[in-house]
Design a protein around this ligand. Structure first.
Ligand code: HGY
Ligand code: MN
Ligand code: MN
Length: 419
């Protein structure tokens, strides 16, 4: 009996309801009460629960599921041949004030693409794969994109397993605790190509009235931890002239970072997201202040200039001798440019679906910027309402979620027919 003819691929579309149901189900894990957001910091119990749910969906789809030494999880369509798969994916860990789409959309849209292809009885030349990478956010365990960095060999597994988090926990111990230190070797298998769907997390697409972004690359990222040590003292008895107050220094650094970014102008950004005073008590001039500085730019020379000027300020602040300042680099990634042919493909697929895609660089870091080190890589953006992200109110219109998933579907199917 002749096998049933393959359906017309160009007409193939994802099932939006199934995608929304999975997004809702995953968002219920670590849900932030009273909001649409969720909190699943990397390697916490909430992250484990999210992982378990997505792995169940992968297995229900009949995918070959593997877990590597840093906890990256990949599900691949079974295939007779040994052709390298076309891979999609992202992350399912979130920041503490996370939205339900950051990362999660890319993983669940990938799952939806594979279910759509399998349900249609389509056998692509190359298998499709979907994965989620460990600790993309880097909020608990810096650097960000930790799992995908190890996946591509940018950081040794043993070094990554020893990273201590902001709460004193250690990556390897937490992977063991949640049962996700896998046996699959790192670096991981190199895909034929990698394509990631993600919300823009910025205001541009919505402001331009566009529904699809063909992402051209990712800006450079510089994360520094700064510890300023002064002298704790009594808040009531210590004359201002005798104080060695690290909180004042931290405030000066914070305004400097803000003013520097404004002086250098777009796209330079600078953020002080974390300041810990010790002992952090109302009536004690602090002993120390530990803070983080996040600097980013699409141009590495300007980013280096910003880093140099921060360093210069810290040197000026320690010159009088009443404060000591120690710094640690938490993350430093150069700007990444995606494969122009893949960017063009994303734009062409979007246009074939009736969209007017915008070519746009990413302000946020993504796992795709790591996969770009080993294979042809691209990203698809969909709009973020009010440009909001890393905020429980993060929202993307369901029609845009569906549109992005369909562009992902057809971009992957195209790549999967390549030799
Ligand atoms: O920091 C970032 O850009 C990403 O959200 N990890
Ligand atoms: Mn993300
Ligand atoms: Mn994020």
């Amino acid at each position: 009996m002749n096998p049933s003819p393959e359906p017309d691929r160009s007409a193939l579309r994802v099932n939006p309801d199934r995608l929304m149901e999975r997004l809702d189900a995953l968002a219920r894990i670590g849900a932030i009460s009273g909001t649409a957001g969720c909190a699943r910091l990397a390697l916490t119990d909430e992250d484990r629960a999210g992982r378990d749910l997505v792995v169940t969906w992968m297995r229900d789809l009949g995918l070959d599921v593997t877990v590597d030494g840093i906890g990256n999880v990949t599900g691949v369509m079974p295939s007779a041949g040994d052709a390298a798969p076309v891979m999609t994916g992202s992350h399912i860990d979130t920041v503490a004030t996370g939205g339900r789409y950051d990362g999660n959309l890319g993983v669940l849209a990938g799952l939806e693409v594979i279910e759509t292809v399998r349900t249609a009885g389509i056998e692509p030349k190359r298998p499709l794969a979907v994965g989620f990478f460990t600790d993309e956010e880097g909020a608990r365990f810096p650097p960000d994109m930790l799992g995908s960095l190890v996946y591509v060999g940018g950081l040794g597994l043993e070094d990554a397993l020893q990273i201590e988090g902001i709460d004193g926990a250690v990556v390897g111990d937490e992977l063991d605790r949640i049962g996700y230190r896998g046996i699959e070797p790192c670096p991981g298998a190199v895909p034929h190509a990698f394509i990631e769907l993600h919300i823009e997390q910025g205001p541009v697409l919505e402001a331009e009235g566009r529904h699809i972004g063909a992402v051209t690359g990712v800006q450079g990222i510089s994360w520094t931890s700064i510890t300023i040590t002064g002298q704790s003292n009594h808040a009531g008895t210590t004359p201002m002239s005798m104080r060695r107050d690290p909180a004042v220094a931290a405030a000066r650094i914070t305004t400097f970072v803000h003013d520097l970014a404004n002086e250098l102008g777009h796209p330079q950004v600078g953020t002080v997201g974390k300041i810990d005073l010790r002992p952090n008590l109302v009536n004690v001039v602090p002993q120390s202040a530990t803070m983080t500085v996040d600097l980013r730019n699409t141009d590495d020379a300007t980013l280096q200039d910003a880093e140099r000027r921060l360093r210069q300020l810290l040197d000026e602040m320690t010159a009088p001798g009443d404060l000591s300042i120690d710094t640690t680099t938490l993350a430093r990634f150069e700007p990444v440019v995606f494969d122009p042919a893949v960017v063009d493909l994303v734009a062409a697929v979007a246009e074939s679906h009736g969209h007017d895609p915008l070519r746009i660089p990413s302000g946020a870091g993504h796992d795709a910027q790591m996969l770009a080190r080993v294979c042809r890589t691209g990203m698809i953006f969909v709009p973020s309402h009010d440009g909001l992200s890393h905020n429980p109110a993060e929202h993307t219109d369901p029609d845009d979620l569906e549109a992005g998933a369909n562009v992902l579907l057809h971009t992957m199917l195209h790549l999967a027919e390549e030799d």
